[in-house]
Write a protein that binds this ligand. Structure first.
Ligand code: KG4
Ligand code: ZN
Length: 341
């Protein structure tokens, strides 16, 4: 079954084609224009999606030699994300589905991140525990069956990706800062600076990263001129370690409370090498199988949207007509949102 999916929830204009769960092609154009503003500008993101989307889809089709008529299923991100950005991909793709007379799937972006684990051969084993770590979300989710998600805990303030990005901004590493901060941390000593571990012993599965960001700001302000450049790898490594420590420790707590068969990582921060290594240790003998998404499918892409759309299509058929993008769509409210549409 050939699925074409489009993802435009933020600043990536992405299209992908899958043959069942196998990725034929996955193209993601990162909109570079935002870097000069130090963050994504929603209105500019929408305009860029409009400018790029047609070309990205055509490039995906020619990249794998598939003609429009050969597509069996279409899917696009419905939310969460920036409303204007979502609308571009959602309506372009649902319109194309109408023209081709093929079923269309409205996909939850976070469910897409989860299904990035199930590309190219790996299958779900329920129950599974998912550590969701993206730019906007940090959650521990129990995945009990297809479309059965139970939220065990989440962040009270910043998301893990946001903590990386804000840390990178304080360290003047540019935007998006997560990957740059992680790269600078490679050469550093993670024990050099003792940064706080928010809510580590809170006795629940909640997270907090805002205190860590403030601690970094104070630490940097206390440095003499020139010291930041010298100590950057150590500071970056210590800051990253504080984030990874909490994520790994809360995941271990969740596994003790909720025995599962499979452990998954989902979201952009799943690309972080240090987190991947620590999660391998945590998984140890506690789960039958640890699944880590391939690096190419950790950050926003359309292959994961196609895979989630396919899974949902096979269990419940096409999405109903008349749906629209929902900027704050959550995994757990989705059924309710659907009922109100
Ligand atoms: O999932 P994603 O692509 O977009 C959202 O849905 O939010 O996640 C983007 C986030 C950004 O905060 C980015 O800095 C972070 O993932 N990120 C990383 C790495 N790669 C991406 N954070 C730490 N280390 C990385 N290697
Ligand atoms: Zn994402």
């Amino acid at each position: 079954m050939i699925t074409l999916a489009v993802e435009t929830s933020c600043d990536e204009t992405a299209a992908a084609l899958l043959d069942d769960d196998r990725v034929l092609v996955s193209i993601a154009r990162t909109q570079q224009i935002h870097s000069r503003f130090g963050g994504v500008v929603p209105e500019i993101a929408s305009r860029e999606h409009i400018r790029l989307i047609d070309g990205v889809i055509k490039e995906a089709l020619t990249g794998c030699g598939i003609r429009l008529e050969e597509i069996d299923l279409l899917a696009a991100t419905r939310g969460p994300g920036l409303l204007g950005a979502l609308l571009v991909g959602f309506h372009f793709t649902s319109g194309l589905a109408l023209r081709l007379q093929r079923p269309f799937m409205a996909v939850n972006h976070m469910e897409g991140h989860i299904y990035a684990n199930y590309l190219n051969g790996c299958q779900p084993r329920f129950p599974a525990l998912i550590l969701v770590v993206s730019g906007g979300h940090t959650q521990l989710v129990l995945f009990e069956g297809v479309q059965r998600y139970r939220l065990l805990g989440e962040t009270r303030d910043d998301a893990a990706g946001e903590a990386f990005d804000k840390g990178a901004k304080i360290l003047q590493l540019g935007y998006p800062g997560g990957p740059v901060l992680a790269a600078r941390a490679e050469a550093g000593d993670p024990g050099a600076v003792k940064f706080p571990r928010g809510m580590l012993r809170s006795g629940n599965l909640e997270f907090s990263f805002s205190g860590l960001k403030t601690a970094l700001l104070h630490h940097v302000r206390g440095l003499a001129a020139g010291e930041l450049a010298n100590q950057l790898p150590d500071i970056a490594a210590s800051y990253q370690e504080a984030i990874v420590d909490v994520l790994a420790s809360k995941t271990a707590d969740a596994l003790r409370q909720f025995p599962v068969r499979q452990l998954l990582l989902a979201g952009g921060v799943a690309a972080n090498r240090s987190l991947r290594e620590r999660i391998k240790v945590v998984a140890g003998s506690m789960v039958e199988e640890l699944v880590l998404p391939e690096l190419a499918y950790c950050t926003d892409n359309a292959a994961m949207i196609a895979r989630a759309g396919l899974a949902r299509y096979l269990t419940e058929g096409a999405s109903p007509d008349g749906l629209d993008a929902v900027p704050n769509l959550s995994l757990h409210q989705e059924r309710e949102v659907k009922l109100h549409d």
